[in-house]
Write a protein that binds this ligand. Sequence first.
Ligand code: SF4
Ligand code: SF4
Length: 414
Amino acid sequence: MRIVTRSRRKYNYSPLTNKITLWENNSLCEDIFNVSYIETFDYSFDKISMFTIEITQQCNLRCKYCIYSGDYDNRRSHNEQSFPSDAIPSLINFIASHADKSAPVITVCFYGGEALLQKDKIQKIISELYSLSFIFEFTISSNGVLLSEETIDWICSLPNLKVTITIDGDKLIHDANRVFPSGKGSFDIVMKNLKWFKDMYPQEYDNRVQFLSTVDSILRLHDLSIFWEQNPILSNHRPVHISSIIPNFPKGEVSDKTSFLKNQLVIYEEALTLYLKGEENILTDELKRLIGIIEHREFFELPKQQRFITCCHNTYSCFITSSGQLYVCEKFNEEFSVGTLENGFDKNALIRINQTFTQRKNSHCSKCWAKRLCRICATNLNHSTTEFEWFCNRERQKIQLALKYYCEIRDSRI
Ligand code: SF4
Ligand code: SF4
């Protein structure tokens, strides 16, 4: 893969070595190669450092893009089910026997629906977990509506408890999607709650509140960045993650390839200019995340057959639903359960996921120049082959951009 930067310097990325070198006149690019994946059968179930507990399936909002809206195939819809109190002892035993004893910290995330609807159960689980000999960090995933004064007092009274709130942008943008069942937007109430948190507990607010954001197009990042910097409640807390809305394929919600790349270039060009001026904002954060794809790569020559290791082998995370089903993470569709709280992990279910994913990788990825940098994981089995190809095209374009901006930044330092 060849990359040409703004200064017309040319680079070559070799998938065989994973190295980027200056492209000399006679250097050849090894675009064509063929590496297949072979399965590995080493499985471990006692190295988990992140447990995500679906404390409830109910939510007080009805966000229009929510995967639990009932509009998405193989995804549950909002309902009253919550984690049963009488299953808490099994949950504690499960965590005690599967948590990684060598991990410096074990993270437990409370997930929904709206997790704060089940505050009492969260409280009970946290106090039971304190009796185990691990260091825990707790995170509550919330839409921020129930952050009452009493709940904020409670959050600040518990050690190592953080809350993650989603804000999509200013009132107009946020309220376009994040609405109550009545259709009314949630922006005003969430911001009022956050203001109270920040005013009453400024230091705890800094330490305990983190933000997520969802955008329908990367072009939104420009306005999101301005809004965030100008808002006194948010300005020092840029989002830790910004996600795109997952297309609902059966409903035909798929944008075209050309505008995807064009829009990405608009935003990353702006981000690069700001980055080179030494500015730090949402745009430069996104640029850093993009080049992180390249920065974290490993250098070794690719063998003809590569052992294939996924999160379903060395399971480091586990999602536990309110009905006691286990998944490797919350992104998997319902059909990819890998066990139950009662009976533990089902190794055969994990083997089936890995075999299917290995087949998909071998039929699509063996000759792909981007395979060493690709982040498409086994959760993509949620999608049909045609849908997978849509994600695959996106990922390749993203990696191409990551290489380009990695080289631009390298160029600027010469
Ligand atoms: S707050 Fe979360 S779970 Fe609730 S409707 Fe919105 S996206 Fe879905
Ligand atoms: S970009 Fe597509 S073909 Fe290439 S490795 Fe990733 S999923 Fe496979």
